[in-house]
Design a protein around this ligand. Structure first.
Ligand SMILES: [Mg+2]
Length: 206
């Protein structure tokens, strides 16, 4: 068991929840443009459920992420199921592995690919993948010996630019797809919220 890495997952969840509460209303407004306006609430509820599930929990970072993902998915919502699957799959891939750049990148990629499968979504469909795949590409650019924190910080603008660029896309997946063109001119709330989940890791000083 890796006690230091374990506490990283707890610290990440706490920071992610704080950041999501801060942006809950903004995410709700974005979702209301072409959806039911519940995205901020769904993310906060999922993170609260994940935090509750991990209270007092021990295990490897991978095991804790799997637990967090399962609790997030159980908390409900279509996007909750996808983000939960992202975390759970990343945790499964991470397993007992080290929290270094190549291992964490591979884990996050496995999670992203699982979201693509479950959501039947591709890049360009105006989903969280439009922030996550650019982030993964940026994360793969530095040498594998680079510190995870340095690489993560350097890759974050790629996620934020990817999320912002979804403003010019029309939603083709999820509930927003029904209202199609109404999503134009607004970034995808899921792409924006994933940047907060990614940014939260920097605050853990892993
Ligand atoms: Mg919604």
């Amino acid at each position: 068991m890796d006690a230091v890495a374990q506490s990283v997952v707890h610290r990440w969840l706490a920071e992610a929840l704080a950041l999501m509460v801060e942006h809950e209303a903004e995410l709700g407004r974005l979702d209301a443009a072409a959806g039911d306006g519940d995205h901020g609430a769904t993310m906060v509820r999922g993170l609260r459920a994940a935090s509750a599930a991990l209270t007092g929990a021990t295990g490897s970072s991978g095991q804790l992420l799997q637990q967090a993902g399962a609790a997030f998915a159980d908390a409900g919502g279509a996007s909750g199921a996808l983000v939960g699957a992202l975390l759970a799959t990343a945790g499964q891939q991470l397993g007992d592995g080290p929290c270094d750049l190549p291992t964490v990148t591979a884990a996050l990629r496995a999670g992203a690919d699982q979201v693509a499968r479950l959501g039947k979504a591709q890049p360009g469909d105006k989903t969280l993948l439009d922030a996550l795949y650019p982030f993964l590409r940026a994360l793969a650019a530095p040498p594998p010996t680079q510190s995870l924190t340095v690489a993560w910080k350097a890759a974050l603008p790629a996620a934020e630019q990817g999320a912002a660029a979804t403003s010019s896309l029309v939603a083709r997946r999820g509930r927003a797809a029904k209202l199609g063109a109404r999503s134009l001119g607004h970034p995808d709330p899921g792409a924006v919220s994933i940047t907060y989940l990614l940014r939260a890791l920097l605050a853990t000083e892993l």
